[in-house]
Design a protein around this ligand. Structure first.
Ligand code: NAD
Length: 320
């Protein structure tokens, strides 16, 4: 086994993120209840196994994820520069607000919950739900002021429809947006992010791809109740998971390896809520480094998912 988890550069930021990133939405009980003990143990184990990147949001569990992550990071007792923390602004349990006033207040609230002096990355959360022109003209300039104040080091944007990234990046001065976080678009069932990678690279923008397990679609236990996929997509993924199980393979491991294999993506953010999941996902990455992808199993799964390939779901508001 490879000794340490691979570190990959994040665009022009100078940051190096572990190839597997820790998605902390499950710590907000988004995928079912998680005890404080399991949450703290998962974060500790992740750090010990080489994961240095942790992503959260005030939205996850109505601020619970940030609080639990903060507690778990503090319990590590290691210097602040040994881990990279990303959180978000603009999306909250009670709705969206990308105004300069709200996001400026938001970072102070997040820092308090996280028990930190600064976050490495502050991302505008799910911008397709706001006015993209407000993001360009008001929100990002407010985040630039936060950068100058030292409360955040880098600026990011997140969302589901890929078009929102080009819309914003085409309209802000070069170097303003450091990072994009895309989700559910670089996995076995949907790999549409791939087409955008050359554009992002040309702009020096770092790429984080989240939800390699398609928010639970590519797991043996299946997605949570709230999952927005069509019944057809859910059924196809369930069939693929059952096929893998029958062959003695684990669909989540294959899915992780598929996503991790593209090195133009800096970190694959996977949501984890147990030491077991941390171990499995890190092992999947290390095994990939040595043996490469299981091409045969992947092509069999791709065949099962052929009819739903790149099928997504609507997200956000109509932009004028
Ligand atoms: P995911 O695809 O990572 O799936 C998470 C689910 O898979 C959870 O139920 C988790 O317990 C389970 N899981 C993890 N490892 C497993 C394993 N080895 N075997 C079986 N099941 C396993 O989806 P996600 O959590 O939504 O995405 C990852 C992270 O990315 C989030 O936690 C969040 O930090 C970030 N994210 C951000 C956005 C956004 O900004 N809009 C959207 C989605 C995700």
């Amino acid at each position: 086994m490879a000794k340490t988890l691979e570190l990959r550069p994040l665009g022009n930021t100078g940051l190096k993120l572990s190839s597997v990133g820790f998605g902390a939405s499950p710590l907000g009980n988004v995928f079912g209840p998680v005890s404080d003990h399991d949450a703290v143990a998962s974060v500790r184990h992740a750090f010990l196994l080489g994961i240095n990147f942790f992503d959260t949001s005030p939205y996850y569990g109505g601020t619970l994820s940030e609080k639990v992550l903060g507690k778990a990071l503090k319990a590590l007792g290691v210097p602040r520069n040994e881990y990279i923390v990303a959180t978000k602004c603009g999306r909250y349990a009670d709705g969206f607000d990308f105004s300069a006033e709200r996001v400026t207040r938001s970072i102070d609230e997040s820092l308090e919950r996280l028990q930190l002096d600064y976050v490495d990355i502050l991302q505008c959360h799910d911008i397709e739900f706001g006015s993209l022109d407000q993001i360009v003209n008001e929100t990002i300039p407010a985040l630039q002021k936060l950068k100058e104040s030292g409360k955040i080091r880098f600026i990011g944007i997140t969302g589901l429809p890929l078009g929102v990234f080009t819309y914003v990046l085409d309209r802000v001065p070069p170097g303003t947006v450091d990072v994009i976080l895309s989700y559910c678009h670089y996995g076995i069932n949907d790999s549409t992010l791939e087409d955008l990678l050359p554009y992002l690279k040309s702009k020096g923008v770092g790429v984080i791809s989240a939800s390699p397990l398609a928010m639970g679609l590519l797991t043996e236990s299946g997605p949570p109740e709230w999952h927005p996929a069509s019944p057809e997509l859910k059924a196809a993924c369930q069939a693929a998971a059952a096929f893998c199980k029958e062959k003695g393979k684990n669909i989540s491991k294959l899915a992780m390896q598929y996503s991790l294999s593209n090195k133009d993506i800096s970190s694959i953010l996977v949501g984890m809520n147990s030491v077991k999941q941390v171990e499995e996902n890190v092992a999947a990455a290390k095994e990939l480094e040595i043996f490469g992808k299981d091409e045969k199993s992947l092509s069999e799964i791709e065949e099962i998912l052929k009819l739903v390939k790149n099928q997504t779901w609507p997200s956000g508001i109509q932009q004028s």
